[in-house]
Design a protein around this ligand. Structure first.
Ligand code: FES
Length: 288
């Protein structure tokens, strides 16, 4: 797994944990103990308020000033304080069903549902990224068509090549004489049924490499790398041949395994002639 993939997986993991944490908080708020204020109606809260408005009223007799003071201790009996209710107290009990869903509960549940959906989508995308074969797109095995049809479509009447581009596989299917192949391709599973599947990316800096019919090769417009008709390095800054996929023939169908990219070094000698005519881009001096 490349470092870019690892970083992407790590970022997705952190986002997943953050989303789970936020979801757990929202869930706890919505299901935990709620304040008694949110559980009862406003009318009931008003009725409960007089409990805090009880008024104490009392009187205490005091000795008249400037009287002769004797040593006799006189016990003064204090009057019992009177309790007066400011309002009539009324308590109304309501069930959770009668109280209904408070505004706070509604927002907490909406928040929880939003984060739940986010986590579910993120999880599915993460799985699809890590296991692209589940999606059936690039990274999976792609059926490029019938071998017999591809052999006809990719071979010109004069014996030249006309690559068939397969968008789902991001690959050019080209005809190849397997008995003429360079040794570096032997046992790599890159040719089957007289066909090869070349990855469209230039191995220099990743531009898509177009086909040049006149020279019978692939020529990169970005920095001028050139490859022959089966993707062998010919010229320019590219460090190796065009990458290619492992392929197989199943019931006359040409199958490209786009999850299995094969890299090969610059061929010591090419398997096909190149160029066979004028180039589509300026000639670039070979590096190294
Ligand atoms: S990207 Fe193709 S030559 Fe640089």
């Amino acid at each position: 797994m490349s470092s870019q993939t690892l970083i992407l997986v790590a970022v997705a993991g952190v986002a997943l944990l953050a989303a789970l944490g936020a979801f757990a908080i929202a869930w706890r708020r919505s299901t935990g103990e709620t304040s008694w204020r949110s559980a009862v109606s406003r009318e009931t809260q008003k009725a409960d308020r007089p409990a805090r408005e009880l008024v104490k009223v009392g009187t205490v007799e005091q000795a008249p000033p400037e009287q002769e003071v004797t040593e006799e201790v006189v016990e003064v009996e204090e009057a019992e304080p009177e309790l007066v209710l400011a309002h009539e107290q009324r308590v109304v009990e309501v069930s959770p069903e009668e109280a209904g869903v408070s505004r706070r509960q509604f927002f907490n549940r909406a928040l929880g549902a939003t984060f739940g959906s986010f986590v579910a989508v993120l999880g599915i995308e993460l799985l699809a990224f890590m296991w692209p074969k589940l999606k059936g797109g690039f990274g999976a095995s792609i059926d490029a068509g019938a071998v017999s049809d591809l052999l006809i479509a990719t071979r010109a009447t004069d014996g030249g090549t006309i690559p068939a581009f397969i968008p789902e596989a991001r690959a050019y299917v080209v005809p190849v004489n397997e008995s003429n192949l360079s040794h570096q391709f032997e046992g790599r599973g890159v040719a089957a049924g007289g066909l090869m599947a070349l990855y469209q990316r230039c191995v220099h800096l990743g531009c898509r490499v177009p086909w040049c019919a006149t020279s019978q090769g692939f020529e990169c417009p970005c920095h001028g790398s050139k490859y022959d008709s089966i993707g062998e390095y010919a010229n320019g800054p590219a460090p190796r041949n065009l990458d290619r996929f492992t392929v197989e023939v199943v019931d006359d169908r040409f199958i490209i395994n786009t999850g299995d990219i094969i890299q090969t070094p610059r061929a010591p000698s090419r398997s096909v002639e190149y160029p066979q005519g004028p180039s589509c881009i300026a000639v670039v001096v070979e590096e190294n």
